[in-house]
Design a binder for this molecule. Structure first.
Ligand code: DQA
Length: 144
């Protein structure tokens, strides 16, 4: 099976971006670990980070055509703004888990609303990069 991991804007800055909030690991560290975790279980993992909303939307459209089985997404700031990315995922009919590194509910009020949570299989936040590993574990279990 194929799992697609999508990372939204500014997550390319992980490692140096507000490390007290987001940790010291880089996005490459996280993606490498996830790729290994998927491979260990006999699955294929693809990933994309983009700062551009349309690139994430186009990638979701391609994912449907490619037969991607599951999406793990940290929409980052688009969580709180993007009806368009929500609609793309709905159109794809691909099940997904929403991940946030930080506990968005313990932060500014504008981070409390998500355009994704009500249509997600599950939501993980506040556990740092470990949240992605839990999400992948859950995705693999659902696929198998
Ligand atoms: C984030 C939380 C968002 O509110 C923020 O805009 C991000 C990262 C997280 O992983 O904690 O860029 O999605």
């Amino acid at each position: 099976s194929t799992i697609l991991v999508l990372h939204g804007p500014n997550l390319n800055m992980l490692g140096t971006r507000e490390p007290e909030v987001y940790g010291h690991e880089t996005l490459a560290d996280i993606d490498d670990r996830l790729r290994q975790q998927a491979a260990d279980n006999g699955h294929h993992l693809l990933h994309l980070q983009s700062n551009a909303e349309y690139e994430l939307i186009d990638r979701v459209h391609e994912a449907r055509a490619e037969g991607v089985d599951f999406i793990i997404i940290n929409p980052a700031a688009f969580t709180h703004t993007s009806v368009a990315l929500r609609d793309a995922i709905l159109a794809s009919e691909i099940p997904f888990i929403e991940v946030h590194l930080s506990n968005v509910h313990a932060r500014e009020a504008f981070r409390h609303h998500s355009y994704f949570s009500d249509i997600a299989e599950g939501v993980i936040c506040g556990l740092g990069s470990q949240g992605y590993e839990f999400a992948l574990q859950a995705a693999l279990k659902r696929i198998n």
